[in-house]
Write a protein that binds this ligand. Structure first.
Ligand code: BES
Ligand code: ZN
Length: 458
C-alpha cells in the first residue's frame, strides 16, 4: 500500500513536470505557425494529383488547379491576379498503325503534337509515297482519299502535312531519316491527322510500294486538341512598409502537367509554393513577394514567358530575384541550379549557404528546362530547385505514393531561410536603410518531426 502511494506520487510528479515543460516549450499550432505539416502537403497532392491527366495544359484539370490555388492564396490573404493567355491544348492518348495487307501487322508509332484524332475506328486507306512532302512532290501523284507516306527532312512536319491535305490526302505517316523514333510537334493544329514511324519501317513500306504492290493500312490516332487558354495565378504579399518602393521577390512553380498524374512534376513544387505562401505571411517582410503558379510550362515555358513579357522595364528592374521549384518531391540529393553556366549565381549561392546550414544533401548544377529560365533570360538572378531526374518523370507512375513530403518541406525550409537572409539585404527605401523586422524569426530546420506530424526546430 505504502509503496503504491509512493509510486502514485512519483507518477503525479512526472505528469506535472511534463505539463510544465510542455507549457514552457509549447509548440506552435499548425494553423497559425510558419511550421508546415506533411499532412497538408498530402492534402494538396490529393486534390491536385490523384488522377491521370490531372492538370494537362489548357484542359479542365489545369483550370481547376488554378481555381484551387487562387482559393488557397485568398485564404492566406494574398492579393490575387489571374493572368490568362491563349494556348493550343493537346492530350495524347496514343496511336496505332495496322498494316491490313501484311496480315494486320502493327508498326510502332508516335503522335505528332497537335495532330487531330481519327475517328475511333481509325481511317483505312491505301498509302502513297510522297517523297519529302513538298508541294511539288504532290503534283505527280494521286493521294486523294489516301494516306501519304513522307520522309523526314527539308520541310517542317506541319508543311508536309498541310501539303498532303491540300492534295486531298486524309492522313499522313512520316518516317524518320535517322535511327529511333521521331518526337515531333506540328506547332499548330493540322488539317488532317499525322503520326511518326521509324526509319526502318518507313523504308520497308516504301520498298513494297516501289515493287508496285498496294498497301492498305488502318491508322488510329487518339488525341484531343483544341484552342484553349491557360493562366498564371499570382498571389502577392505586400511588404510591411513602403510597399511602393519595395523590391519584389518572385517564388514560382508550374501547375500544369503532361498526360500523367503529375505528382512530382510538378504538384510537389505547387505544394511547396502554397506552404511558403501560408508561412511568409508571418515573416513581416520588407519586400513584396509574388507567389506565382505558372500555367503552360510543359508546352515550352509559356506561362513564365508571358509573365515576363507582361512586365514593364520598371517592373522588371524592381524584381530582385526569382526562386523556382519543379520536381522537389522525389530523390536523394537536392539540386541547386542556375539556368546556364553564365547565369548570375547570387541566388544559387544563397540557396547553397542555406542548404548547407540545414545539413541537407545537395549539389550545384545547370538546368534550363523550367520557368526560372524565362527570368534568367532577362537578367533576373534566379535559382531552380529539383531533386534531379525521377525515374517516373512524364509517366503514369508519377503518382502521389512516390512523394516524400520531407523533400518538399526541406526545400520549404531552405527557401524560408533564404527569405530571412534577403530581408537583411533589401532596403525598404531609397536611402539604403535596412529595417530588421524579423526579430523572432530565426532559422527553420524540419529535420525533426513529431509523432502527430508537426514539425519543430531541431
Ligand atoms: N520538370 C521538368 C524538367 C525537368 C525534368 C527537370 C527532369 C529536371 C529533371 C519540366 O516540367 C519539363 O518537362 N520541361 C520540358 C521543357 C519545356 C521547355 C517544354 C522538358 O524537359 O521536356
Ligand atoms: Zn516540371
Amino acid at each position: 500500500m505504502y509503496n503504491l502511494r509512493r509510486f502514485k506520487g512519483f507518477y503525479v510528479g512526472v505528469a506535472m513536470f511534463t505539463m510544465l515543460s510542455s507549457f514552457s516549450y509549447a509548440q506552435p499550432t499548425l494553423k497559425d505557425s510558419p511550421y508546415p505539416a506533411d499532412d497538408r502537403v498530402y492534402e494538396h497532392l490529393n486534390v491536385l494529383a490523384s488522377v491521370d491527366n490531372a492538370r494537362v495544359t489548357g484542359f479542365e484539370g489545369e483550370h481547376k488547379a488554378a481555381d484551387y490555388i487562387a482559393q488557397q492564396f485568398e485564404d492566406y490573404d494574398l492579393i490575387i491576379d489571374r493572368q490568362e493567355f491563349p494556348v493550343t491544348a493537346f492530350l495524347d492518348e496514343g496511336s496505332k498503325l495496322i498494316i491490313d495487307s501484311l496480315d494486320g501487322k502493327e508498326i510502332e508509332t508516335k503522335n505528332f503534337t497537335y495532330t487531330p484524332a481519327t475517328p475511333s475506328e481509325g481511317i483505312s486507306a491505301d498509302i502513297v509515297f510522297a517523297n519529302l512532302g513538298s508541294e511539288e512532290d504532290f503534283t505527280n501523284i494521286d493521294v486523294k482519299g489516301k494516306i501519304a507516306l513522307i520522309k523526314r527532312g527539308a520541310y517542317t512536319f506541319y508543311d508536309k502535312v498541310q501539303n498532303a491535305a491540300k492534295a486531298g490526302a486524309i492522313g499522313v505517316i512520316i518516317f524518320n531519316n535517322s535511327e529511333g523514333m521521331i518526337s515531333g510537334t506540328l506547332g499548330q493544329i493540322s488539317d488532317i491527322p499525322a503520326l511518326a514511324i521509324m526509319q526502318e519501317d518507313g523504308e520497308a513500306l516504301k520498298a513494297i510500294l516501289d515493287k508496285g504492290e498496294l498497301i492498305k493500312v488502318c491508322m488510329k490516332i487518339d488525341t484531343q486538341v483544341k484552342d484553349s487558354y491557360s493562366e498564371n495565378v499570382i498571389g502577392t504579399l505586400y511588404a510591411q512598409k513602403n510597399a511602393r518602393n519595395a523590391k519584389t521577390v518572385i517564388i514560382g512553380a508550374h501547375m500544369d502537367c503532361v498526360d500523367t498524374p503529375g505528382a512530382n512534376d510538378n504538384c510537389s513544387g505547387v505544394t511547396g509554393l502554397l506552404e511558403l505562401a501560408r508561412a511568409s505571411q508571418m515573416l513581416k517582410l520588407n519586400y513584396n513577394v509574388k507567389f506565382v503558379a505558372f500555367g503552360a510550362e510543359e508546352i515550352g515555358l509559356v506561362g513564365s514567358q508571358k509573365y515576363v513579357e507582361s512586365l514593364s522595364q520598371e517592373e522588371k528592374d524592381n524584381i530582385a530575384c526569382m526562386i523556382n521549384m519543379d520536381m522537389i518531391g522525389v530523390g536523394e540529393t537536392l539540386g541547386i541550379m542556375t539556368a546556364t553556366d553564365n547565369s548570375n549565381t547570387y541566388m544559387a549561392d544563397l540557396a547553397e549557404k542555406c542548404t548547407k546550414e540545414l545539413g541537407y544533401n545537395y549539389d550545384r548544377s545547370v538546368e534550363d528546362r523550367s520557368d526560372h529560365t524565362s527570368f534568367d533570360t532577362v537578367g533576373i538572378p534566379s535559382v531552380h530547385f529539383d531533386y534531379h531526374i525521377d525515374q517516373n518523370y512524364h509517366t503514369d507512375e508519377d503518382s502521389i505514393d512516390k512523394i516524400d513530403s520531407m523533400n518538399v518541406l526541406n526545400v520549404y525550409s531552405v527557401v524560408l531561410n533564404m527569405l530571412r537572409d534577403l530581408e537583411k539585404e533589401m532596403p525598404t527605401d531609397q536611402k539604403d536603410k535596412v529595417i530588421k523586422t524579423m526579430k523572432s524569426f530565426n532559422r527553420f530546420d524540419l529535420g525533426n518531426k513529431s509523432k502527430n506530424g508537426e514539425f519543430y526546430i531541431k
